[in-house]
Design a protein around this ligand. Structure first.
Ligand code: ADP
Length: 300
C-alpha cells in the first residue's frame, strides 16, 4: 500500500469504500503515545479506526503497515484489516486507516487460544521477511518512537548485539558513566555466553506489552501496533513478562505448541534489557536502574 496524497479524509474514504460512501461523523481525537487517533463512522455503516500524525512522521505508518502485513501473512493470529495510508493535504496530516476493532467479552478459552496462535506465528515460515538472511526485517521500523534497526544477519546473537543492545547503549552513553560504559561493553562482548541461536527464526510482534492487543467481539485476540522483525521467539515471550504478565492460560496455550527451552528464565532479562534501555532513552528516569541491574547481573 503506497503513501497516497488525498485532498481530504473524505476522498481517502471514497477511494477505499466507493464513491457513494461518505464520513457520517467522527469521534473525538484521542492522543496515544505517539499518534492521534479517532474513529470514523461511514454512511455505509462501517466504522474505521484512523491513526494520525504530521506528514513528516508518515514513516511510523509505513512501518506499522509493513508489520501488520507481515503478521497477517502468517495466517495465524488476527490483525486489523488495513484500508489505506496517506497524507491529507487539507489538514496537513499523515494517516493510517484500518478496521476498527470493537471490544468484546473474554471467553473461557480466549487466552489459551491466543497462546496457541501466538506460537503458531512464531513457527511460521519467515523467508519472506528478512532479505535472504535468517534474522532482521525488510526495513527498519520503530520501537515506540525510537528507530529500530533491522539489518539482516545470519546470527541471532550478532543481530541482538549490533541491532538491539548496541544502538540503545550508544543512545544512553551520556548517562552511563565510565563504569556503565565498561560494563555494557563487557556484556556486549560476552553475549554468546548467555544467548544461543534458536532452533528456527520466528516472526516477532516485537512490542508485546499489554496495550498492544485487543479482544474482539468473538472473544478473539487481535494484535496491534507491532515492531516486527525476525528473531528468537523467546524475546517476544520475555516482553510479555516485563510489566504485568499475560494470564497463565496464554503461556499454557503457547507452550503446548512451542515448548519452553531450558534456561529461558536465565535469558529473559537480557532480552528485556533492550526494552528497559529503550524506555530510558524515551522517557528517562528509573528505567536506567532496571537496565543497569541487568547489566550488573550478567557482566558485573
Ligand atoms: P500508538 O501507535 O500511538 O502507540 P496504538 O496503535 O497503540 O497507538 O493505539 C492506541 C490505542 O488505540 C490502543 O491502545 C487501542 O485502545 C486503540 N486502537 C488501536 N488500534 C485500534 C483498532 N484497529 N481498533 C480499535 N481500537 C484501536
Amino acid at each position: 500500500m503506497g503513501l497516497v496524497t488525498y485532498h481530504s479524509l473524505e476522498e481517502a474514504v471514497q477511494a477505499s469504500f466507493g464513491e457513494s460512501v461518505h464520513i457520517d461523523k467522527s469521534s473525538q481525537l484521542v492522543m496515544s503515545d505517539i499518534n492521534l487517533a479517532k474513529t470514523l463512522y461511514l454512511t455505509n455503516g462501517d466504522t474505521v479506526f484512523l491513526k494520525l500524525n504530521t506528514p513528516e512522521n508518515a514513516g511510523f505508518f509505513d512501518a506499522e503497515e509493513q508489520g501488520l502485513w507481515a503478521i497477517a501473512q502468517t495466517n495465524t493470529i488476527r490483525t486489523p484489516k488495513l484500508f489505506c495510508k496517506g497524507i491529507d493535504t487539507q489538514k496537513s496530516l499523515s494517516f493510517l486507516m484500518m478496521e476498527k476493532i470493537d471490544s468484546g467479552q473474554l471467553k473461557e478459552d480466549t487466552w489459551k487460544v491466543m497462546g496457541r496462535e501466538f506460537a503458531a506465528m512464531h513457527l511460521a515460515d519467515t523467508t519472506a521477511f528478512s532479505c535472504g538472511k535468517a534474522y532482521g526485517f525488510l526495513q527498519d521500523n520503530y520501537i515506540g518512537a525510537t528507530r529500530q534497526i533491522n539489518t539482516p544477519n545470519d546470527s541471532w546473537v550478532e543481530f541482538f548485539r549490533t541491532c538491539r543492545l548496541e544502538p540503545q547503549f550508544k543512545m544512553a552513553e551520556g548517562t552511563l558513566g565510565s563504569d556503565g560504559i565498561r560494563l555494557s561493553l563487557k556484556l556486549l562482548d560476552r553475549l554468546d555466553t548467555w544467548l544461543t541461536e534458536p532452533s528456527k527464526p520466528s516472526l516477532l510482534h516485537g512490542d508485546m506489552w499489554g496495550g498492544n492487543h485487543l479482544v474482539d467481539q468473538d472473544g478473539k485476540v487481535v494484535l496491534i501496533d507491532p515492531a516486527v522483525y525476525v528473531g528468537h521467539a523467546e524475546a517476544d515471550i520475555a516482553m510479555t513478562q516485563m510489566f504485568s504478565p499475560m494470564p497463565r492460560d496464554f503461556y499454557q496455550g503457547y507452550y503446548e505448541v512451542l515448548p519452553k527451552q531450558e534456561g529461558y528464565e536465565d535469558r529473559r532479562d537480557l532480552y528485556n534489557l533492550y526494552h528497559y534501555l529503550n524506555h530510558f532513552n524515551l522517557f528517562g528516569g528509573h528505567y536506567l536502574v532496571s537496565a543497569m541491574r541487568i547489566v550488573m547481573h550478567f557482566a558485573g
